[in-house]
Write a protein that binds this ligand. Structure first.
Ligand SMILES: [Zn+2]
Length: 305
């Protein structure tokens, strides 16, 4: 297996890191990976993660596709209800932060295309980037949504999109700075980028430590918190206009984390911890389980970082 060793912090360029803790891949392989911390900026990342040519083994494609499609069983029903609710919330946030007449939207990591299909119905012209071939085919067949492999990202013409979205996908992307620079080029001058990522400084991350399900090694390469996300955005010519907490993620992540810990009554315990973490995050959104960051080009708005 070929792996990628990180010697230089992608956020601040420092080349000293230390092992913060070890994490197990509970989802697929039970392999263990070190999560390291930059000694200068505190950025957390998965060390020696699998390279592009060997990462597929860590994704369970069948479950991924069927989970998106089937409506059988209570868990899948709840998943569909939650997904529809989230899609509406995402669409509302996007409309609120649209400052251009361009109605072209690019979703990076578009999966099976549900979000793009939803936006298409609302009058947006949509394109997607997705590394999983079966998911791309699903999106095309079911929604007539066109998505491309990540290699195609830099083939789009400059200033093609008014909106670029990354819903829980930036943490999977190997070439972090390069991707953010490309996104900046693809964006019209007054465009907006939406990045949703798990928050490694959340109340639930603090509670579960190495069992926190959103570390999700080795699929998640990078573990952001508000400070490090702001820094990397800034380095690539963006400022953060607004942060939206996604506090309900605490429930799902806590239940999953309890399962990983093999706790008895994991569902009940997870719900209780999720509730405790949710309450903590009400008054401090920087403790929220996941966060949506709204980014704009720095020269457009004077941001205070
Ligand atoms: Zn750093």
């Amino acid at each position: 297996m070929s792996s990628v060793k990180i010697d230089t912090c992608p956020v601040c360029g420092n080349n000293k890191t230390s092992v913060a803790f070890s994490c197990t891949d509970y989802y697929a392989t039970n392999e263990t990976f070190d999560v390291e911390k930059c000694t200068a900026c505190g950025f957390l990342f998965t060390q020696n993660f699998p390279a592009e040519d060997s990462i597929d083994h860590y994704y369970d494609t069948k479950e991924y596709i069927s989970h998106s499609d089937t409506k059988k069983g209570i868990v899948n029903k709840l998943y569909h209800i939650a997904r529809n609710k989230m899609m509406k919330k995402k669409a509302a946030i996007i409309e609120k932060h649209t400052y251009t007449s361009s109605r072209w939207l690019l979703d990076i990591g578009c999966g099976t295309g549900y979000f793009l299909a939803h936006m298409s119905k609302k009058g947006w012209s949509v394109k997607g980037i997705e590394k999983n071939k079966e998911a791309r085919e699903f999106a095309h067949k079911n929604f007539a949504v066109f998505s491309h492999s990540p290699k195609k990202l830099s083939d789009f013409e400059e200033s093609s999109f008014g909106i670029v979205t990354l819903w829980h996908s930036l943490e999977h992307i190997e070439n972090l700075n390069e991707t953010l620079k490309t996104i900046r080029k693809l964006l019209v001058e007054n465009g907006t980028v939406f990045i949703a990522v798990p928050n490694s400084a959340s109340a639930d991350a603090d509670y579960y430590k190495q069992y926190w399900a959103a570390y999700d090694v080795p699929r998640h390469l990078w573990h952001f918190e508000p400070n490090t996300l702001k820094m990397i955005a800034n380095n690539n010519g963006f400022g953060i206009e607004k942060m939206y907490p996604m506090p309900y993620d605490a429930f799902y992540i806590s239940i999953l984390s309890e399962k990983y810990k093999k706790t008895k009554f994991a569902l009940l315990k997870g719900l209780l911890v999720g509730l405790k973490c949710y309450i903590k995050s009400i008054n401090n959104k920087e403790l929220s389980s996941s966060i949506v960051y709204v980014l704009r080009k720095k020269e457009i708005v004077n941001f205070s970082m």
